[in-house]
Structure formats: C-alpha cells, structure tokens
Design a protein around this ligand. Structure first.
Ligand code: LLP
Length: 420
C-alpha cells in the first residue's frame, strides 16, 4: 500500500515520519492512514456498484470515533454488535437508517435503545430473540425491521476461531429453523421481515464461499414464494480478506461479478459489512526495541508493545509483517522473535523473522494491525492502552490520548463497599 512506504530509507505513513512521531507521542502507538481507509471504502463501493451497495462498516474492527466520523462523512453506515457500539456511532452523527445490529446475545437494554433509535435492521438469529424483540417492540410502540441471519453451513476456509458460517458455529439459523421463523415474523404485528443476512467468517481470500452461501440461500428462499415477501436486501456480511501491507487484498471483481449474476434479477439492495478490508492494511503498531536478548537458538527482540496491545498473534497465530522503521541494509542471518514484556510465552508479535539488525532504541512497526488491534487490546499486566494517531497527506492527528496509570484503577474500590 503506497501510503505506507519507505522514503529515503525511513518508513512513513502518508508522508509522516514515524521516527518523529514516536518521539513526540511515544510508543507503543497505533498509526493509521486515512487515505488508505477511504480508498478501500471507495473500491468496495465501486466494485459492487451494479447492486446499489449499502456499506455497513463493522465497528468492532476499529471503533475510534475519528475513524467512524470519517467513514460516516463518506456516506458509510455501520454494523453494530452492542449498545456501546450503537452509542459510539450516534455520537458521530450516524443516520439510524444505515445501522444494522447483529449478534447472538443482544441484551434487553440494547434492543430498547436500538428500537428507540429507529435503526435500519435488526439481525435476528434465534427463536428466543425474536420473541423478545417482538415484545420489546410492542412495549415501545416501535416496529422493528428484521433480517434473519442464516447459517448456510459453508466452509469459509479460514482460522477456526473466526469461522462463523459452518453448522458447528453458534451463529445464524439453520434453514429448517428459518423456514418456521419466516412466517412467524411475517405475521407479527411488530416485526417486518426485510432481509436475509449471512456472515461466513473473517479473512476470506476466495470468492467461492460467498457465492456458495448466496446460492444456497437463494435456493432456500425460492422453495416457497412467501419467503420473498417484503424482502428488500441481501446482507452478505463481511470477511473480505487482506494479505500483507504490500500485497493486494481479496480480488473483488470476481466476487462482484458473481454476486451481480446471482442477485441481479432480484430488486434487492446489497449490504456489505467490511471491517478488516477497510482498516487492516491501513494501520500499524509502532514499537521501540527495549532489549536484544540472545536465546538458545535465536535472538529475542524485546519491544515495548505486547499481546496486551495486539493479541492476534497469540490468539490466532496471525502472522503480521514486521518492518524496521529505518532501513539498514541486508537482513541479519540470525532469526528473531519479536516479543513483548508481558509474562506469558504467548506474548509474541512475530516469530522466526529475518529482520535487519535491530537493537535497543530502534523502532519497528507491526504492519496490518489497523483492524482488531486496538479494539482487542487489554490492560493485562497493568499496561495502559496505547495512543492512536491518524495520518492524512502529511498531517498527523492524535485521535486517542495514551491511557494514564490512574485510569487503570479508577473504578477499583480498594477499601471495598459492603453490599446489603
Ligand atoms: N459482520 C459481522 C456480523 C461480523 O461478525 C464481523 C466480524 C464482520 C461483519 C466483519 O468481519 P471482517 O470484514 O472484519 O472480517 N478478531 C478477529 C476477527 C473477528 C471477526 C468477528 N466478526 C481477528 O482479529 O481476526
């Protein structure tokens, strides 16, 4: 991605020098390229232009308000999975019509808030949830627009922890259950069935699973004409895969052509819920080397970022590319593990890498961490959450201050409060 590139041997994000940024804001630090995010958003919209696409950015990938605001200004809607995410997008002025609320475990207060907001779509995925939504909608005197999330039992060929559309996953309704739910929703006084939804999983790099899913779903829908009554949209979920920062992501042209062929004859809107596709390659985690530690078989680069800031390598064995911020020639022949200060052997950011020789004080960047980086960060080992900076055309903007230590114990009650 050319907006994250070396210039005169130094790594820059949209022309912002990372060495200078680290000096002024400190590390560990998340740095994002605004233009990269916007370019991906536009590429997605253009690829699916035939199908009147409605893009609902998956807020869980990166929920910083500055990023949400930027996407909202482009006309982007949002895919939400909690009342907290709903409040976040309302703060940046999102249009309720462009909001879709997914998730297997919506709580009463979250449903009530979403009903009062008048959101565009509730994705439902169990009988119990439909019963609750109906009764809360009746109590609030607000009709709910509903999508049924189907589980088409399609293998997305991704890591098992981020697969969601197979029959062993907790997500979605099997076709036989959906067959019973459809008339149940259509007959409800408070629910309007408007869409079918599917989300197969994350990091899909081939178009086939998306197409197989829509084929199975259309076959199911066409088995009974009532299943098309009132339907306005097909929500294909997210999961559009990315590769390394310097490589192309999932080729959208084959996928878009396939979707047009299958959905074109129906006057349905296409909804897409990208998260990682927009943010993943656009962000990096900047970190400074604390120590170089020779080990038995390899060296360890102990850096000031850890699994607390980026848990993906520990959780999914994700392989993020590591970039030396200052290019200094040929790789060192001895492999290194890039590890953090946290007391766990799973606290690594990269393993067995051949990197340029790096030592104490040098900076490195863990690439492709704009999605599910900050949002999955924790305070483990009493580490403050990192700061975030958004770069655009040479300008760096602080979009989150670094957390301070007192923030970490603000809600603790050291003396304790006896409960009645
Ligand atoms: N829509 C729904 C209903 C979802 O559950 C998700 C992600 C998305 C859209 C966006 O998926 P994306 O386009 O970002 O792949 N923490 C994991 C990824 C978990 C994804 C959860 N659901 C990771 O770091 O790989």
């Amino acid at each position: 991605m050319d907006r994250i590139a070396y210039k005169d041997g130094r790594l820059q994000v949209e022309g912002v020098d990372l060495e200078a940024l680290a000096e002024s804001v400190g590390t560990p630090l998340y740095v994002y390229s605004a233009s990269s995010i916007l370019a991906r958003y536009r590429a997605l919209r253009e690829a699916f232009a035939d199908l009147d696409p409605g893009i609902r950015y998956a807020v869980k990938a990166n929920s910083n308000g500055a990023i949400l605001k930027m996407l909202h200004r482009e006309g982007c809607g949002f895919d939400l999975v909690s009342g907290g995410e709903l409040e976040r997008v309302l703060r940046v002025g999102a249009d309720p019509q462009t909001l879709a609320f997914a998730g297997v475990g919506k709580q009463d207060w979250e449903i009530i808030l979403a009903l009062e907001t008048g959101i565009g779509l509730f994705t439902v995925e169990s009988e119990a949830e439909v019963d609750l939504l109906e009764s809360l909608a009746g109590a609030a005197g607000r009709r709910a627009r509903v999508a049924i999330r189907l589980n088409p039992d399609v293998d997305p060929k991704t890591h098992e922890y981020i697969s969601t559309g197979k029959k062993e996953n907790k997500f979605g309704l099997a076709f036989d259950r959906a067959a019973v739910m459809i008339p149940r929703i259509q007959e409800s006084a408070w629910l309007d069935l408007k869409a079918y939804h599917v989300h197969l999983g994350s990091l899909l790099l081939e178009p086939d699973p998306f197409l197989e899913a829509v084929e199975r779903i259309l076959t199911f829908v066409d088995e009974d004409p009532i299943r098309s009554d009132g339907i306005e949209a097909y929500d294909m979920g997210g999961g559009f895969g990315i590769r390394d920062v310097f490589e192309d992501p999932l080729d959208l042209s084959v996928l878009a052509a396939g979707m047009s062929r299958l959905l074109g004859p129906r006057a349905w809107k296409l909804l897409l819920e990208p998260g990682r596709y927009l943010l993943g390659n656009a962000g990096l985690l900047l970190s400074r080397v604390l120590y170089r530690k020779p080990g038995f078989e390899k060296d360890y680069l102990v850096v000031d970022a850890s699994m607390s800031e980026l848990i993906r390598p520990a959780l999914y064995s994700a392989e993020h590319r590591v970039l030396a911020v200052t290019e200094n020639g040929t790789p060192d022949p001895r492999p290194v593990d890039v590890v953090g200060p946290v007391c766990e052997s799973s606290d690594f950011l990269a393993k067995d890498r051949l990197l340029p020789r790096l030592d104490r004080g040098d900076l490195l960047a863990v690439a492709d961490s704009g999605a599910y980086g900050f949002t999955m960060a924790s305070n483990y080992n009493t580490r403050p959450l990192p700061a975030e900076v958004l770069c655009r055309e040479g300008q760096a903007t602080l979009i989150r201050r670094r957390e301070e230590l007192p923030d970490l114990w603000r809600n603790e009650v050291t003396e304790g409060i006896d409960l009645a």
